[in-house]
Write a protein that binds this ligand. Structure first.
Ligand code: UTP
Length: 404
């Protein structure tokens, strides 16, 4: 087994790992060989391949005013679906939050100033609003990573699930992928252990399948999953009006979107790509696309995604065999150097590989773009300071009447 591992590492041009293994005891080498057998090495060849994009076209949205006119009807449809047990929510909380630089799961960050109020708590409070309105619990699946699962679960336990029903909360752990340095070499996390990182937020449904969560979905006859990010503290989860609008539209998915603040805003925009729903990143847009306008004056590529999607479960099941593209992200990744010293870099030093939830949109036949008011529903905590930071999120929470 050990020799097989050496052979494989040499073949993959990872001779430095062979050298490291040879410094270990016989039993440590056996353990490391077994560990090496569990890793996915596709990142060594696939991770930097640029995805070829198709032909983009604009996709219109149901706008704030359309929604205002139909709010009551949409809401009743959504509430009924919730009461019928057809709706589940999926919180993506496996990220490393490296930009925030907080040494715990991002949801544990205290956003309250004069009182204890955590990011997880804000999200649960928002979901509880709907639970009360519908008078029905909504199963909440929480994706964590091997790095933050234990801390996340105990945080929820310590805080009595912030008032949510523990019977309706299901934690599952996403998968990891190896990280590589700038020379494409695997890194060490510790003696005998390769450094890995969570494999991105695109693998959430596949991870639900692997961890047995889909049995819960199936048994409960959940038909739709509302997937959302941990960092938007104003996030409306299982929003009955959104659910109702998507159901009534007959489409198989929906995305909450916000109108761009200005044409140059750096957001991924929901559009069509070769006739299918897709997201075009700001850096992929030509000048013509950025400034193009519809007859009524609105930007043709106007609606930015905020990582809040509604997917139909039967359609998600059909995507399980599809391999999503791997994106490479340059990050600050702590590691163990060859001399055994542990390094915690101050600047990005290595690549991690991620699949992205937005790539799942492309696998859908269609998608309802549903506009929300950014000042009411979009307050992401990404950075320590500046744009999309703790300060901007606090400001928006206050504007929405949340006491801090
Ligand atoms: P981000 O793209 O902001 O990544 O995640 P991140 O890792 O949290 O933060 P940075 O880039 O290191 O600062 C968007 C959402 O996707 C989740 C995050 O928890 C967040 O809710 N996510 C991201 C996962 O669940 N798993 C991942 O592997 C990556």
């Amino acid at each position: 087994m050990k020799n097989k591992a050496f052979e494989m590492l040499n073949m993959l041009h990872q001779e430095h790992i062979v050298r490291h293994m040879k410094t270990l005891t016989e039993s440590e080498q056996r353990a490391m060989a077994a560990h090496l057998g569990t890793l996915d090495y596709s990142v060594l060849s696939e991770g930097d391949i640029e995805e070829k994009r198709g032909t983009f076209a604009p996709l219109s949205a149901v706008t704030l005013s359309d929604i205002a006119q139909n709010r009551e009807r949409y809401t009743q449809i959504g509430l009924q679906a919730i009461r019928d047990g057809k709706i589940g929510a999926v919180l993506l909380a496996g990220g490393q939050g490296s930009r925030l630089g907080f040494d715990h799961p991002k949801g544990m960050f205290r956003i309250g100033i004069d009182r204890e109020l955590y990011i997880f708590e804000c999200l649960i409070n928002n979901l509880l609003d709907v639970v009360k309105q519908a008078d029905a619990w909504i199963p909440l699946f929480i994706m964590t990573s091997t790095e933050n699962n234990e801390e996340t679960v105990s945080f929820f336990e310590q805080h009595s699930y912030f008032g949510y029903s523990p019977d309706n909360v299901f934690f599952f752990v996403q998968e990891q992928l190896p990280t590589v340095d700038t020379n494409g070499k695997l890194m060490l996390a510790d003696k005998g252990v390769i450094k890995t990182a969570p494999n991105g937020n695109g693998g959430w449904y596949a991870s639900m399948a692997k961890t047995g969560m889909l049995r819960i979905v199936q048994n409960a006859q959940i038909e739709w999953l509302n997937v959302f990010a941990v960092d938007n503290v104003l996030q409306r989860i299982a929003d009955p009006c959104f659910i109702g609008a998507v159901i009534e539209s007959g489409k198989v998915s929906g995305a909450k979107v916000v109108a761009k603040a200005d044409p140059e805003e750096r957001v991924g925009v929901l559009c069509l790509e070769d006739g299918r729903p897709s997201i075009v990143e700001y850096y992929e847009m030509t000048d013509e696309m950025i400034h193009r306008r519809e007859a009524d004056g609105t930007l043709s590529y106007n609606y930015g995604v905020i990582l809040n999607y509604l997917f139909r479960v039967d359609k998600l099941n059909q995507t399980l065999s599809v391999k999503l593209p791997l994106h490479r992200a340059f990050k600050k990744i702590p590691y163990m150097a060859a001399n055994g010293e542990f390094v915690k870099p101050e600047e990005p030093n290595a690549y991690k590989f991620e699949t992205l939830a937005l790539d799942m949109v492309k696998l859908q036949d269609d998608c309802l773009a549903y506009e929300v008011d950014r000042s009411k529903e979009f307050a992401p905590v990404k950075n320590k300071t500046g744009v999309d930071s703790v300060d901007t999120a606090r400001e928006l929470l206050r504007l929405n009447g949340v006491a801090l």
